[in-house]
Design a protein around this ligand. Structure first.
Ligand code: EPZ
Length: 420
């Protein structure tokens, strides 16, 4: 098992380049299934999840290889329309491939996706949307069989602005003759990036970033190359880490619009945040203060993927704060671990009431999911004494060598590999 061993108390200082967005690259990789030509994705982030997605493309027949900081993908020989269950069950984004496989082959066989254990993670909105486009779907023995022989463009009304369902339906519509409209779609920056990528290789998508997206079907997309956006959740994680530890940090490759919900929550709190171009500068010289209420919402609201991290910060903030998790029904699991470090938090359904304590203390804690694990690392950075965050493979899904990033900023953290 791989763990992080942290000695708390260091301030953070220095400069860090933010890597490319996991949640932009995953649907873009699914989009490569549509293409029979070569695609190069620059600044490719080697998170565990993006590598799992490359495995899925390879299982369908694609060839790929790393070239410096890029990955070169050749989809010419993609011939399979079925994703092996052992690959599909590893990551949530396997389900996005369904739309692309249907576009290319008009049929697909997939099993239920994996992903962080933060809720039931249903896919009813994905399937309902595909059915609106004429896909016949049967679910049997743990598999989802899709017959897209009568697929046609149309209007899909999403009951909820689901990120994945929006991406899946976009990918399923690229080759549908005529115009497909997705109403009440997600507006996340990653949806915009997927649409911009697809347009860069010949698709015709408009409205990305609003609640209505339209896709004009095309015959075929072309090859090309693309540089996806920076990871706004990694950006937010390190903003919060600096606010907690104190210090002076510059983050490069930042799109301030994509972290505005967090930045506005931290205004007049404990750090001075300025930005110029894609550089964000943080000066944190005061103890964090409580925040009356943080509610997670679809973009541009406060992102659910930063909920655990801000809760870590609030656990050492002066005063009482309230965090409401509206997006996932079990995204507070990390709190039981945080309480082992001395946090004073009461959870009731989707609300956490956090009473700030003067100091957390080191402990051995388990990371159960990606962002909950990141929150425990942040707590370890400020705790008094030593913290071991166990099973960091969850964190590796969405942060590439997080310990090295934090070491660059002066944190006392190392990765320990144990036999257990
Ligand atoms: C994407 O997950 C992200 N993952 C998640 O990031 C992120 O938390 C989430 O969007 C919300 O922003 C990737 O992009 C790979 P949703 P997704 O569909 O698409 C319900 C991380 O830490 N729902 O917008 O699965 C669902 O249960 C991960 O990087 C249905 O009910 O999120 C949830 O309550 C974690 N039926 C809500 O919608 C469906 O068919 C939002 O889910 C689909 C979703």
């Amino acid at each position: 098992m791989e763990n992080f061993f942290i000695c708390g108390g260091n301030k953070l200082s220095g400069e860090l380049d933010i890597s490319t967005s996991k949640n932009a690259v995953l649907p873009i990789l699914a989009g490569c299934i549509l293409c029979e030509k070569q695609i190069i994705i620059h600044k490719f982030p080697k998170y565990a999840d993006t590598k799992s997605m490359l495995d899925i493309l390879e299982s369908l027949g694609a060839k790929w290889y790393f070239q410096d900081e890029s990955v070169v993908i050749d989809g010419e020989n993609i011939s399979k329309s079925e994703i092996p269950v052992e690959l599909a069950s590893k990551i949530r984004s396997s389900i996005f491939s369904l739309g692309s496989i249907l576009s290319r082959f008009k049929k697909a066989k997939v099993s239920y996706p994996g992903g962080c254990a933060i809720g039931a993670r249903p896919i009813d909105l994905h399937l309902k949307g595909l059915k609106s486009l004429g896909v016949k779907i049967t679910e049997r023995h743990g598999y989802i069989y899709c017959d897209g022989s009568n697929m046609k463009s149309g209007t899909v009304n999403l009951d909820f602005p689901s990120v994945g369902a929006t991406e899946n339906i976009i990918l399923a519509s690229v080759y549908l003759k005529g115009k497909t409209r997705i109403v009440n779609c997600a507006k996340e920056p990653e949806i915009v990036d997927l649409s911009n990528f697809l347009n860069s290789i010949g698709a015709k998508i408009t409205g990305q970033g609003t609640s209505i997206i339209e896709i004009e079907g095309v015959q075929k997309v072309d090859g090309g190359e693309y540089t996806p956006i920076a990871d706004r959740i990694i950006t937010g994680t390190y903003i919060i880490a600096t606010a907690m530890c104190g210090g002076n940090v510059q983050l490069n490759n930042v799109n301030i619009e994509n972290v505005s919900a967090l930045v506005s929550k931290l205004k007049n709190n404990c750090c001075k945040i300025t930005y110029k171009g894609d550089k964000l500068i943080l000066v944190a010289d005061k103890k964090p203060k409580s925040i009356a209420k943080v509610e997670t919402m679809p973009f541009p609201g406060f992102p659910t993927d930063l909920q655990p991290q801000i809760t870590s910060m609030l656990s050492i903030s002066k005063g009482t704060s309230v965090v409401v998790e509206n997006m996932f029904e079990s995204r507070f699991k990390y709190i039981s671990e945080l309480k082992k470090m001395g946090a004073d938090i009461i959870v009731n359904d989707k609300t956490a009431i956090i009473k700030g304590v003067p100091q957390l203390y080191g402990a051995t804690v388990m990371s159960n999911d990606l962002r909950g694990g990141a929150a425990l690392v942040l707590a370890g950075l400020v705790a008094n004494g030593y913290t071991t965050v166990c099973d960091v493979k969850h964190i590796d899904r969405g942060y590439y060598k997080m310990e090295e990033d934090l070491q660059k900023l002066g944190a006392n953290i190392e990765r320990i590999i144990t036999k257990a």
